[in-house]
Design a binder for this molecule. Structure first.
Ligand SMILES: *Cc1c(COP(=O)(O)O)cnc(C)c1O
Length: 403
């Protein structure tokens, strides 16, 4: 793409953008009476305009129907999570039977490790990436300790920039990487890592918190064993939104996997017969424990419907151009930690700032982004609601702030 460093060029790109109409489907926070440049979709995505009505509908059914809303609501609550399955399957490249919206991310990581981390004296290690999100480190270490192993010997860290292949051997039980590292913004080659892991008999799972709704995923075709993600970042489900999980179809009817069970994972036909013996629903739904928060699912569904209409392929095409424009405007002017090759990143760039003054100038200028000590500004132009003009405004402040 032949980019130009001018506001007219950015406006021209916006005018030609087939996805530009989706911006109006989100509430954009204001700064001094004007739209912010909101580059924090990697932390908390913006509110879809349809979210309030989606929650309102369920409040209305609760008001008018009470408990009957489970069966007679406009969107019967007993089935509500199923209304999100096709959309989630599209977003992560899965079959509907392989995905479910439930719980929160760290909870799902634990539940899936109960099934997929079965260490033995020979094979007990977990590989995670260096600088993994703290919650993932805590979860993985506590699982290792729970099974009577020592994180000092059972936890292996993949160093940033290193090849994973030499780390994978018969002592590795599980590879559990972030799809996109939250700090560096690096996107891992999930297909290749899955293939390498399976060749050595390892289970391969991914934490997709920063990849879902961002990178193009094909979890089914790549043969990934399991994955989990949160829904409040790129998926715009709202603070603490109901998270998601993927379990490959190969395990849909696998009765040998241990799991922690609850009534919402039990065979739907007989759930309300309240019998004593657990019979899991085939597929990812069988990992559910509790009936989900309907007020949590409603705004998430509102957002997923937008993704489903816009389509991930189109969003990713725009995303590559949008972040590519940012990298172009910053070239020779800033150090970018994130690999700029689109195959190795999502929409986020992690940029080194010469001083925190840069971040302060951005904030004063109406840019919402993220500062990480000692010198990192993380920015995530998202294709659903950000524009090339946003990118231009950001880069102008970033490169022109007097230091
Ligand atoms: C955001 C994020 C989390 C947050 O976990 P919750 O259980 O949703 O609070 C965990 N892991 C990663 C990699 C994240 O990016």
């Amino acid at each position: 793409m032949n980019y130009e460093n001018s506001f007219e060029f950015a406006q021209g790109m916006d005018a030609a953008d087939p996805l530009a109409k989706y911006r109006a489907q989100f509430h954009i926070p204001q700064h001094g009476g004007k739209d912010c440049v909101y580059f924090c979709g990697n932390s908390l995505g913006l509110q879809p305009v349809t979210a309030a009505a989606a929650i309102g509908q369920e409040l209305e059914d609760w008001k008018n129907l009470g408990v009957e809303g489970h069966f007679k609501g406009k969107n019967p609550w007993k089935d509500y999570h199923e209304f999100l399955a096709a959309q989630l399957a599209h977003i992560v490249g899965a079959k509907p039977v392989e995905v479910v919206a439930m719980n929160n991310l760290t909870v799902n990581l634990h539940l899936l490790m109960v099934s997929f981390y079965r260490p033995t004296a020979m094979r007990h290690k977990i590989i995670i990436e260096q600088g993994a999100f703290p919650s993932d480190q805590y979860a993985v270490k506590s699982q290792i300790a729970f099974h009577g192993f020592d994180p000092a010997t059972s936890l292996v860290e993949l160093k940033t920039g290193d090849d994973i292949a030499p780390l994978i051997d018969g002592s590795v039980a599980l590879i559990l990487l972030g799809g996109v590292n939250y700090y560096t913004g690096e996107l891992f080659d999930l297909e290749k890592i899955t293939r390498l892991g399976h060749a050595k008999g390892c289970i391969v799972g991914f934490d997709l918190a920063h990849a879902v709704g961002n990178a193009l995923l094909k979890l089914h075709d790549w043969d990934v064993d399991f994955a989990a993600w949160c829904s409040y970042k790129y998926l715009n489900g709202g603070p603490g939104a109901v998270a998601g999980a993927f379990v490959h179809e190969r395990f849909a009817n696998d009765g040998t996997l241990p799991r922690f069970a609850g009534w919402w994972g039990h065979d739907k036909e007989n759930r309300f017969k309240m019998g004593p013996d657990f019979k899991p629903i085939p597929g990812a739904e069988g990992w559910q424990l509790s009936n989900p928060s309907i007020f949590g699912l409603a705004p998430l569904k509102a957002s997923l419907d937008i993704f489903y209409e816009a389509k991930m392929e189109n969003l990713r095409r725009k995303s590559e151009a949008l972040t590519g424009y940012l990298a172009f405007l910053l070239r020779d002017k800033a150090t970018i930690m994130t690999p700029v090759d689109p195959a190795r990143r999502g929409c986020q760039l992690s940029i080194r700032a010469k001083s925190k003054k840069v971040f302060d100038a951005l904030t004063t200028g109406g840019v919402v982004c993220d500062w990480r000590e000692p010198d990192c500004v993380r920015v995530a132009p998202t294709p659903l609601y950000n524009t090339f003009s946003d990118v231009y405004r950001f880069a102008k402040i970033f490169t022109e702030v007097p230091l």
